[in-house]
Design a protein around this ligand. Structure first.
Ligand SMILES: Nc1ncnc2c1ncn2[C@@H]1O[C@H](COP(=O)(O)OP(=O)(O)OP(=O)(O)O)[C@@H](O)[C@H]1O
Length: 248
């Protein structure tokens, strides 16, 4: 649950008083135009960025007053991946599990399950720094899941991920939610959010313009149409004639 969350960077108001309630066992999507405040919101929710005001409760624990308990319940895929990329994929999963107090045997068996699920069996012995963008995303996602948290907070989880891997990840997330896990994810893919999320919030200029179940927010239209309508519509491609005048 997020209550009256606010954050400014100098004169830029990134998050202007956001309230959201996410039901346990649901997949909740956050969508919004570039610069709307999605990453800033998720960074505050995961304890990476201190809010100017507001409160975030994760299964009853306040992220900023009771961080150890709140963070125990969370698996996080941050926006800009800052991975320990001089490790191999296997080592990264190992340390992610051990830091979460899993024993070595559990880490080993979960790592191999995750490698199969994410199609990364052949990559685990290679350095993460040599991975492609999509592979980095997948290993970071695997690392976020290894301790079986109650809540997964995923910033753009499908960016750069190929369609087969994305389908596998979607199935994993759906089964996780059916078992009672909660997923909060941001994405620019309207089709994907519409297809897999139970509930959604549309954030524009740091404020929630619509939130609720997918059907409530869509209100008979597609999510993409509602998004474009609320985000201020499309700009006509006028005044760019120079682009068609080819400089050669
Ligand atoms: N560390 C920072 N310092 C200064 N301004 C910031 C910082 N982080 C974000 N902002 C500003 O806050 C606003 C919201 O940014 P944010 O990254 O949350 O947007 P977003 O919705 O995640 O966008 P995108 O879809 O492009 O990832 C933007 O105007 C951005 O320039």
């Amino acid at each position: 649950m997020i209550e009256q969350l606010r954050k400014s960077f100098g004169s830029v108001v990134a998050v202007a008083g956001i309230d959201l309630t996410v039901q346990a066992g649901s997949i909740f999507g956050i969508v919004g135009p570039n610069g709307a405040g999605k990453t800033t919101t998720l960074s505050m929710v995961t304890g990476l960025l201190r809010p100017d005001a507001g409160r975030i409760l994760v299964h009853g624990a306040d992220v900023w007053n009771d961080p150890v308990v709140a963070k125990r319940n969370m698996g996080v895929l941050p926006d800009r991946l800052r991975l320990f990329d001089r490790l191999t994929g296997a080592q990264l999963l190992h340390y992610s599990g051990v830091l979460r107090k899993l024993d070595r045997a559990t880490v080993r068996s979960r790592s191999s399950d995750l490698a199969v699920a994410f199609g990364m069996e052949d990559a685990l012995d290679r350095l993460v720094t040599d991975y492609s963008a999509g592979m980095m995303k997948k290993i970071a996602l695997a690392a976020a899941m290894i301790h079986s948290p109650r809540v997964l907070i995923l910033d753009e989880p499908f960016e750069a991920v190929d369609p087969v891997s994305a389908a596998n990840v979607i199935e994993i997330l759906q089964r996780y939610a059916e078992a009672g896990g909660t997923v909060v994810m941001s994405s620019h893919s309207m089709d994907l959010i519409q297809r897999i999320c139970d509930s959604v919030a549309i954030i524009v200029r740091g404020a929630v313009l619509a939130s609720g179940t997918m059907d409530e927010v869509r209100a008979g239209a597609t999510l993409e149409d509602r998004f474009v309508e609320l985000a201020g519509g499309r700009k006509a491609a006028e005044g760019m004639e120079w682009l068609h005048s080819f400089s050669d």
